[in-house]
Design a binder for this molecule. Structure first.
Ligand code: COA
Length: 174
């Protein structure tokens, strides 16, 4: 399994992983009609824009994991945290692995590379937001994250609670 920096040419592959992971991860947590209507085309357009801006930002990084057939099976991104309320230095903003590739340490490898990037940038504290009820939060607990923060976010007119897992010193995670 290869992990490499994402390029703008990866937008469609990333969009497929995102849509697929949302369907398997958020079933029963987000409304069925939202999950049924997710569009790979729309996600591709959004990701093309995201990747373009990430590539121009010195403090952001997007990675993909590829299988032997060069298909993207996992994605992760991190960036400097600009949140004025939760003032941690950096943020693991997304991490999604296709269901059939989970629990093979890909998430750990992607996180480690994002964290290495943060250490290199001299960032110290990190926050990751996860939807309350998503049991994958155990992945963050295993990495030593502490569930210190909560916030409410509104999506599709529904208020959801998110838990913020915090690491005070990213250089000590791996
Ligand atoms: C959460 C996620 C990124 C973890 O990546 P992964 O490659 O599956 O995890 P790893 O194999 O690196 O796991 C390392 C350890 O973390 C723990 N862990 C990971 N996922 C876990 C889960 N769902 N439940 C319990 N423990 C878990 C385990 O201790 C695991 O070691 P083990 O498999 O030897 O027991 C991945 O499962 C995923 O993309 N899930 C769907 C999307 C999601 O929920 N993303 C995060 C929220 S935004």
């Amino acid at each position: 399994m290869l992990i490499r920096e994402a390029t703008t040419a990866d937008a469609a592959g990333i969009a497929k992983v995102k849509v697929n992971s949302w369907k398997t991860t958020y079933e029963g947590l987000f409304p069925d009609e939202v999950l049924d209507n997710l569009s790979v085309e729309e996600e591709t357009t959004r990701w093309a824009r995201n990747l373009d801006s990430i590539s121009k930002t010195y403090t952001s990084l997007a990675l993909v994991a590829e299988n032997d057939d060069k298909e993207i099976v996992g994605i992760a991104a991190g960036r400097k945290n600009d949140d004025r309320i939760f003032r941690y230095d950096c943020n693991l903003s997304i991490i999604y692995i296709l269901k059939e590739y989970q629990r093979k340490k890909l998430g750990s490898r992607l996180t480690e590379q994002i964290v290495d990037f943060f250490v290199d940038k001299r960032f110290k504290s990190m926050i990751v937001w996860i939807l309350k009820g998503n049991t994958n939060s155990l992945f963050y607990e295993k990495l030593g994250g502490m569930p210190k923060e909560t916030q409410r976010v509104e999506k599709w007119g529904i208020v959801y609670e998110e838990v913020g897992y915090v690491w005070e010193d990213v250089s000590k995670i791996f």
